[in-house]
Design a protein. Sequence first.
Lengths: 407, 407
Amino acid sequence: MTDTLKLASRTGRMHASEIRELLKLLSRPDIISFAGGIPDPELFPTEAFRSAFDAIMTGPEQTSALQYAPSEGYGPLREWLVEYMARIGVSCELENIVMMSGSQQGLDYLGKLFLNPNDTALVTWPAYMGALLAFNPYEPNYDRITLMGNRPASDFSARAEAAGGEVKFAYLSSDFLNPTGETLTLAQRNRMLDLAEQLDIAVIEDGAYQELRFDGDAIAPIQALDIERCGNINQARTIYCGTFSKTLSPGLRVGWVCGRRDIINRLVIMKQAADLHSATINQMATYQVARAGFDAQVAKANAVYRHRRDCMLAALDKHMPAGVTWTRPEGGMFVWVTLPDGLDAAELLARSLETEKVAFVPGRPFFADGSGENSLRLSFSCMKDDQIEEGMMRLGRLFRTAKSALK
Amino acid sequence: MTDTLKLASRTGRMHASEIRELLKLLSRPDIISFAGGIPDPELFPTEAFRSAFDAIMTGPEQTSALQYAPSEGYGPLREWLVEYMARIGVSCELENIVMMSGSQQGLDYLGKLFLNPNDTALVTWPAYMGALLAFNPYEPNYDRITLMGNRPASDFSARAEAAGGEVKFAYLSSDFLNPTGETLTLAQRNRMLDLAEQLDIAVIEDGAYQELRFDGDAIAPIQALDIERCGNINQARTIYCGTFSKTLSPGLRVGWVCGRRDIINRLVIMKQAADLHSATINQMATYQVARAGFDAQVAKANAVYRHRRDCMLAALDKHMPAGVTWTRPEGGMFVWVTLPDGLDAAELLARSLETEKVAFVPGRPFFADGSGENSLRLSFSCMKDDQIEEGMMRLGRLFRTAKSALK
């Protein structure tokens, strides 16, 4: 017997996601929860998936669905994605797409591909918490992406060098960032590319919420702007992570990475060594459902989410006390709330669960430097109108009380 | 544009699997291939899976099959595995099982959990090539497990220290090792534990071929012997990696790791950060099929594989020239052939593909030190009697010619 086994140093950086730990507590039916950032299961194309699985398991691919398959993924789905990427402005070929078990796996693999311990990853403040959790085991430092043009590139590289490594990439979401719901302007996307060029680093563009646009015009992905600048995806520095989790189904774990050939080849080799390939039948079923009605499914989900976002913004307007501010996202699943300085959202969550029976996610874990204690994330994706109204009323009450106690 | 992006040092250790690259060439119908180590797709319980997917997608779990799920995996399948592990001698509870996307992912995660660069992993000579590929990105050194008791533990630790790290674990397959087909005796399993205790390291036991026993009595897994010694799985140093890939279906990517609670908790946290969870519907379908007829499916496969093993051993006896030796496995998918010194199996493969149209896997990539050039792996799992007879005849001819040219 042994009391402890000797682990790698990197395990010191591995912690449970506060959100997922929190979600375990939220199955209590008396809680109104704006915490989980998950799609509304009532919107899943369940019948289309049922029929896809049935067609696969009774058709000519029934055996290949169950057998080992190439690490790069299911060909027809990758071909569909070549067309999809073209539609959002990214011209690429089959060799530029590798399938992943969700875009989360893409983030893990890209961390593994780029990061030595003490290297620097540039991220936004706040950033998607899951990306920080995926990168952490590779022991990077983080520095803050600022897209105001007010910090010279040399400052980033000097700081990275002082920390014992190099800047390896910038990671960000262009559209409807989890947690803020905010979108980068075209000018900000171009400034991101300018900075990446000056530092000669990769840009990892997280497109998880890309399709969930309720209003306003789509803006070209950074990868598309990059290809415009350099002429060809195989010379571009931007690597795009996509997923079907927000549009079709998260449980099937089907995502992809689109990028230059040399990087995709390395990801394929990495995947071969790490899990051989993502499950085939899930890719086949996703292909069937996407081909038959991706756009209709997205339109249906966006209509519902748009309505809920509107409800939430209206309820916030009505119930929040002065001094509380929030984002007005054009898409996605989240509104980001900033409380007056001095209030701590984690403390307020504990109080909220007890007295108001309302859940949200405190903002701090989204900040690589542990700041953001007075911010919080609200998800509107799974909530009905009356729950949103009631929940914002209760939160407004809680925040008003807390604010008064500050003085 | 940029010519190259700056990657992590570990990428220097990432190479494509020679087997999988080879397999791409082997779709040519004129080749008799003993190269791929894959289950015969004719044995898949296809109808049982069809019916399982249909039941899931029309039943009460249709929505949870498509939604995000806990990182530890699907509860009923984990419960089934608790009973399964008990049947093979390992007494454990639900908290001791985490589902993985194949046991390959378990190997990747365990490498990530244990290995600092320059640490030492003990492996057999030869070892499962996929394990070496999974561990390599964590930049270990390898030392050879010898179970003859003729090398003191201090020798392993001194060598590891000289290489700049510690011995972290021993990795091995107890039953029907890929590539040799060989099984560890009870005495060897106990010597492995003795050595691990002396070094105070983990043992990673790869049970991928566990169920494919054709004759002889099952021997207790190392993990079972470990629990016998220390009284409780939560104190045991052995971590067991299992998979449904060899028994039910590899394409669904359903495997598991069974081990002490503190290690399983860490793997769950790691999985949360790396891919959230393995696809739910595949775990649900595997549960349905396993529950309804795991033993019958294993018996059916073993009857076929036993016959093919017998055919291969008979054909080797008949066709191989003197000086060529091979293993006589009691199960699994492989026979391991050793050629006379001076012959290079990789060279012979090139010749074989050209003149004899027969494929196999050269032995060298299975050796952590790059030795084993005169060895090769033959898989009998997918070959019919006449192909085995014809193939061994041709290989015998090739090896006889090569041997003569040696003089």
